[in-house]
Design a protein around this ligand. Structure first.
Ligand code: A5P
Length: 232
């Protein structure tokens, strides 16, 4: 990763940890930027003896949080999330997002949904005029539904592709045991709300990576190390 971009992600990650207060329950996102924030949270807990509980959004963030000494809970034990933080693949001017490059979007959405505050951490390269301009939309599916869901995505104007494993033969298998289709839209997604509803109405779709009207704050890390704070 280029040095400037790494610094930008780190700036956003550090900034969200400044928003954390003693006693909070936190949603712990997944991905490279959320991981930097989890590590920064671990450092703050050690230094200030902060008492917080983290609810992780993936096996990856759970393992990292444990290694960083962050006490963990679940939505059963800690259902009221004060602040959830996470990265994103794309963010438009309305703070709508595409997430799921790491195939964790279903759990990320579940944890963020009930959060009082959902803070997104990005560098400036993730800002787009139209969602789907650069990144495909990830769709998590029950394996037997791959063909009909791909047909639905084609009807929506996308080019769907089953995501394949790296260092594993065959499809990527999510933390839930499902598969992921990446749907590329040539000119971006013209009506995200319709794509959202159509996919959720399609049997076999567990969830997709459009996060519409969910983010309350976006912290944009800049190469200079400054942070731009966008609010809904
Ligand atoms: C995980 O599935 C994703 O939703 C990530 O949160 C998203 O891809 C952002 O990841 P980076 O911070 O690594 O870019």
């Amino acid at each position: 990763m280029a040095e400037g971009r790494k610094q930008a992600k780190m700036a956003a990650a550090e900034a969200v940890i400044h928003l954390v207060e003693d006693g909070m329950t936190l949603g712990l996102g997944t991905g490279s930027t959320a991981s930097l924030a989890i590590e920064a949270l671990g450092r703050r807990i050690e230094k200030e003896k902060l008492r917080v509980t983290g609810v992780p959004t993936s096996f990856a963030s759970e393992r990292l949080a444990r290694a960083c000494g962050i006490p963990l809970g679940t939505l059963d034990t800690n259902g009221d999330i004060d602040l959830a933080f996470d990265g994103a693949d794309e963010c438009d001017s309305g703070l709508n997002l595409i997430k799921g490059r790491g195939a964790a979007h279903t759990r990320e959405k579940i944890v963020a949904f009930g959060a009082s505050r959902f803070v997104i951490l990005i560098d400036a390269s993730k800002r787009v005029d139209r969602l789907g301009s650069h990144m495909p939309l990830p769709v998590e599916v029950v394996p037997m539904a791959v063909s009909p869901v791909m047909a639905c995505l084609r009807a929506l104007g996308a080019h769907p592709e089953l995501r394949m494993g790296v260092k594993k033969d065959g499809p990527v298998v999510t933390d839930q045991g499902f598969w992921v289709i990446d749907a590329q839209f040539d000119a971006g997604i013209s009506d995200p709300a319709i794509v959202d509803r159509t996919l959720l109405d399609t049997p076999g779709v567990l969830d997709h990576g459009l996060f519409l009207d969910m983010a309350t704050d976006v912290l944009v890390g800049l190469d200079s190390g400054d942070v731009e704070h966008l609010r809904r």
